[in-house]
Design a protein around this ligand. Sequence first.
Ligand SMILES: [Zn+2]
Length: 253
Amino acid sequence: MLTDAELMRYNRQILMPQWDIAAQEKIRAARVLIVGMGGLGCPVSLYLASAGVGELWLADFDTVEESNLQRQVLFREEDIGCPKAEAAARQLAKVNPHVTLKPLVRALDADSLPALLADVDLVLDCTDNFSTRDAVNRACVMAGKPLVSAAAIGMSGQLSVFHGQGDRPCYRCLYPEGDAGSATCSESGVLATVVGVMGTLQAHEALKCLSGVGVPLFGKLVVWEGESSMWRTLAFRRDPACSVCGNPEVSKS
Ligand SMILES: [Zn+2]
């Protein structure tokens, strides 16, 4: 049950015709893992905390650097040198004291992910490298948990929600060969607002998945071209021969 203070705090959401107290209680009961507290992870965690998601696990092994402050909007000058997960938890606690925050100052890999995923309802991939993305996708498929994934580079971004169950494709269904050759923002740069746009949309998809309100982007890739500010939406299917979520017998034949 939401307390009177929570009903007051979330009043503008509960007022919406699509959203009600039951939706608000669902997100309060939810626990999510955010992998990467950089340019995407900052707006993701800020909106999920302010909207009232009950428990946020914040994973990042890195510390705040001066060059992060251009786009990683949770951090302040005094956070330079501090672990990002801990600095983020400090800021988010000031935004919403009703939310439980668990900073995880370590790198996540194929060995550590399964145990973490057993205890969460949804994962947000806010990393910028293929090997972590691939490991997070594999672990999510194995655990049957939805994965909200975004990427931002230069002046454009991409967004989708993966699952690898039923007719919902996984990340590898979309990128069977991987995208290991793609650039990262540390190599190619990124405009501050682009991670803000894409991270906010990631938080939006997570709220839809957790509340059951609206239609999440399963099987759809949204591409935002920031130079023209035009959107494209591409549909893709689950690959029966996918090396991660497919049937191994299909991929052999
Ligand atoms: Zn797949």
